[in-house]
Design a protein around this ligand. Structure first.
Ligand SMILES: CC(C)(COP(=O)(O)OP(=O)(O)OC[C@H]1O[C@@H](n2cnc3c(N)ncnc32)[C@H](O)[C@@H]1OP(=O)(O)O)[C@@H](O)C(=O)NCCC(=O)NCCS
Length: 236
C-alpha cells in the first residue's frame, strides 16, 4: 500500500477570488443563496464582517462568517462542502470563528438556526451554544421559526475549558482518508452530502432572483453603508 501524506486543512480568510467556490457550496447547502456581489460587499465594505474558508490545497471545502458587533459575535453563515461533511471541517471553522471573536473582545457568540437543522444544531450545542429564544416565522421559504442560540461568556472558564478540550479532540482526529475520486471516504461508507439545509426542494427553487440579495443577505441602505442595527442577517 502506498503511503499518502495527510490531508492538510488550512483555515484562512476568505478572498474575493474564493467566491466561485463559495457559490458552489452555497448551492448545495442553502435554498436561498447569497449572490456573489453580496459577499463581495461583505469582504470589501463591511468592517464588522469576518469570513473564513477551510482549504485543502487549492480546494475550498467549507466556509463561515460572522459579524463582530460591539461585544457580540453573530455567526452569519456556515457550510461544509457536501462530500467533506462529518470530517471535522465544521469544527475547525467554528473554532476559528470563536478564537477570532474572543481575540477581538467579543463577550458572546450568537446565531439563528432552523429547529429542523439537526446537524447544525448538534454542532453548535457541542460548542456551548444554547437556545435562548425564538424568532417566529423567521424563514420566509417555509415560515419556519428560528432558534436563537448563544454561548456563555467566551472569556468565562466554562467556555474556555470547553473550547480547549474540543480543540485537542479536533487535533487528535485521524487523518481524512481520500478515495480515488479525491473525496473523503466516509467511515461507514461512501461520502454523502446531507443535502440543502434549508431547502424543501431544489436549491434556489423559491429563492430570490440572482440579481437580488437573498433573504436576509448582508444589505446596505441607499447610501451604501451597512448599518448593523438595521441590516437583516443571513438566516442560518
Ligand atoms: C452543519 C455543517 C456545517 C456541519 O459541518 P461538518 O463539517 O459536517 O461538521 P463536523 O464534521 O465538524 O461535525 C461536528 C459536529 O457537528 C455535529 N454534526 C455534524 N453533522 C451531523 C449530522 N449529520 N447529524 C448529527 N450531528 C452532526 C456533531 O455534533 C459533530 O460532532 P461529532 O463528530 O462528535 O458527532 C454541515 O452539515 C453543513 O454544511 N450543512 C449545510 C449548511 C448548514 O446547515 N449550515 C448551518 C446553518 S445554521
Amino acid at each position: 500500500m502506498v503511503a499518502r501524506p495527510p490531508v492538510m486543512i488550512v483555515v484562512e480568510r476568505m478572498k474575493v477570488e474564493d467566491l466561485p467556490a463559495i457559490h458552489v457550496i452555497e448551492r448545495e447547502s442553502f435554498s436561498a443563496i447569497w449572490p456573489a456581489h453580496a459577499y463581495q460587499h461583505e469582504l470589501e465594505q463591511n468592517r464588522s464582517a469576518h469570513y473564513i474558508v477551510a482549504r485543502w490545497g487549492d480546494e475550498i471545502v467549507g466556509f463561515a462568517g460572522m459579524w463582530l458587533l460591539v461585544d457580540e459575535a453573530h455567526v452569519t453563515t456556515f457550510a461544509t462542502r457536501g462530500a467533506w461533511r462529518r470530517h471535522g471541517i465544521g469544527e475547525r471553522l467554528l473554532l476559528a470563528l470563536l478564537d477570532l471573536a474572543a481575540a477581538r473582545g467579543a463577550h458572546e457568540a450568537t446565531l439563528e438556526v432552523r429547529p429542523s437543522n439537526v446537524p447544525a444544531r448538534r454542532l453548535y450545542e457541542k460548542y456551548g451554544f444554547k437556545v435562548v429564544g425564538l424568532r417566529p416565522r423567521y424563514y420566509s421559504d417555509n415560515n419556519e421559526d428560528a432558534l436563537i442560540m448563544t454561548t456563555d461568556a467566551l472569556e468565562g472558564r466554562s467556555m474556555r475549558e470547553r473550547i480547549a478540550a474540543l480543540r485537542a479532540a479536533v487535533a487528535a482526529r485521524p487523518d481524512i482518508e481520500l478515495g480515488p475520486d479525491r473525496l473523503p471516504v466516509a467511515a461507514d461508507g461512501p461520502a454523502q452530502a446531507d443535502g440543502p439545509a434549508q431547502a424543501d426542494g431544489p436549491a434556489q427553487a423559491d429563492g430570490p432572483a440572482p440579481s437580488q440579495p437573498a433573504e436576509g443577505s448582508p444589505g446596505a441602505d441607499e447610501t451604501g453603508i451597512i448599518r448593523p442595527s438595521s441590516v437583516t442577517r443571513r438566516p442560518l
